[in-house]
Design a protein around this ligand. Structure first.
Ligand code: EPZ
Length: 440
């Protein structure tokens, strides 16, 4: 039986939601515990699918995981780690990309690691060539097998001088999780510097690592022989915070996001204000609301941090369908992240996709066959429709479009949203949404 969500649109979302730890940090922090010779404690852990997947993967490698979902506290004890069967890893990896980040820690612990075919949102090809390249530079041996990739370190892992072709978050995390116990010094150029990267560095430093971040995307890691455990509170999920902010704008509502942190949302808040959204910051969170004025169009380009983040793009595009005029969005991080606009067009949105780089600077996808720029004309009246969720952020965007639309929408594939939005149904109902979940 599949879940079906029925949405009666037209009601503003009003009230407050509580955002906990970041989906794009917590699973990596859990993997980092594997590097330790003592237990670690992680707090502010959300109840999301990705945490469940990593918990299972850690447990099949012998890590004792003790979770308290109500408080968000997690204890991870890696003292009896062992290799897991490839079939088990494959079975538990599910639809996540996290297994690739187990490589460094498992090679340090067991001398080998296995990567099954990876999942993750279908928003681009999402190759792992940077990951394999940096692992080879540490001295790892990479063997592609019919069921996945086997990685080993017969002569141990040694520090290296590395440069990423693009400041990839995952590849930077791969380097951090491998270099901290590698012999000697690693220098990584063109590194990712997202808030989640800095939070992972804070965790590794607590464990005993020596990591220096220089201004120009250079990170230097001095390998050590042993790491202990950590006690850490995960940073809040800035992507979930930005999603609820867009929901307030799209439904002409007013939402207080408890846990949202201004320091991680600077680029988003600037854009939010330019469109005509209002926000106010206090010590506990940020309130976002529609001020009742017509929304203004704009030209937006996604980028790596500290630019406007690609994961904020999809929910905000729904708000731009309500802006008075023509907006342009140039997606420069993923080549195929506008698939979700097809459903919005069926709901009445006016969105044209283009292969050209319709932004201030040409990107990697220019002159290639990728529809990675969107021209959005508004305002339009959105009407209810039948929707199938394509990916995590696209799914949340469809939800808020259905909540703003005239009439009834039915949404399938809703489980995908559980991967990154904790208790989203309870939160929607708490905000006054007219939604009903059923099976069919
Ligand atoms: C992380 O993905 C996040 N996921 C993504 O969030 C986020 O969009 C992305 O970083 C960028 O900020 C998690 O943290 C779990 P990348 P990641 O490596 O690490 C190319 C969400 O909705 N690339 O920075 O997989 C890649 O194809 C998700 O929460 C290679 O070509 O992203 C992409 O075009 C979606 N080869 C670009 O780099 C490689 O080996 C950025 O990818 C690795 C990446």
């Amino acid at each position: 039986m599949a879940k079906l969500l029925t949405v009666q649109g037209g009601k503003p979302l009003e009230g407050s939601v509580h955002v906990r730890g970041a989906k794009n940090l917590v699973p990596k922090a859990m993997v980092a515990a594997l590097l330790g010779s003592e237990p670690s404690q992680l707090r502010n852990v959300p109840e999301i699918k990705d945490v469940e997947i990593v918990t299972n993967l850690l447990q099949i490698h012998g890590v004792k995981v003790d979770a308290d979902p109500a408080t968000g506290d997690l204890t991870l004890d890696p003292r009896d780690t062992y290799s897991a069967a490839h079939s088990e890893i494959d079975a538990y990896a599910g639809d996540s990309r996290i297994p690739i980040l187990f490589c460094g820690p498992l090679m340090h612990q067991n001398g080998e690691a296995f990567i099954p075919d990876l999942g993750g949102c279908r928003i681009g090809d999402r190759p792992i060539n940077y990951h394999l390249e940096v692992l080879r530079n540490f001295g790892a041996v990479v063997d592609k097998t019919p069921t996945g990739i086997h990685i080993s370190a017969p002569r141990g892992l040694k520090g290296a001088k590395l440069t990423l072709p693009f400041p990839s978050v995952g590849a930077t995390e791969q380097v951090l999780l491998t270099a901290v116990l590698a012999e000697g010094i690693t220098e990584l150029d063109n590194a990712a510097v997202e808030p989640e990267i800095h939070d992972l560095i804070a965790i590794l430093q607590q464990m005993g690592a020596i990591i220096t971040v220089f201004t120009d995307r250079v990170i230097r890691i001095e390998g050590v022989e042993r790491l202990s455990g950590y006690r850490h509170r995960a940073i809040p999920d800035r992507n979930e915070s930005a999603s609820w902010a867009s929901a307030a704008l799209v439904t002409q509502g007013d939402i207080y996001v408890k846990g949202a942190a201004q320091r991680d949302l600077t680029a988003f808040l600037n854009t939010y204000r330019k469109i005509g959204g209002e926000f106010s910051v206090d010590d506990e969170g940020i309130r976002f609301w529609h001020a009742g004025h017509p929304l203004k169009p704009l030209v937006l380009e996604t980028d790596v941090h500290p630019g406007f983040m690609t994961d904020w793009q999809q929910p905000l595009v729904v708000a731009l369908t309500q802006a008075h005029g023509v907006s342009i969005v140039h997606e420069t991080v993923y080549e195929n992240r506008f698939g979700f606009t097809e459903a919005l067009e069926r709901m009445g949105a006016s969105i044209q996709l283009h292969r050209e780089c319709l932004g201030s600077s040409p990107c990697r996808f220019g002159q290639r066959n990728f529809l990675h720029s969107a021209v959005i004309s508004g305002p339009v009246e959105l009407k209810g429709a039948e929707i199938n969720v394509p990916d995590l952020r696209g799914g949340f965007s469809h939800l808020i479009a259905a909540l703003a639309a005239k009439g009834t929408s039915t949404v399938t594939g809703i489980e995908v949203i559980n991967r990154g939005y904790e208790h989203f149904m309870d939160k929607l109902v708490g905000l006054g949404a007219d939604v009903e979940m059923s099976e069919r």
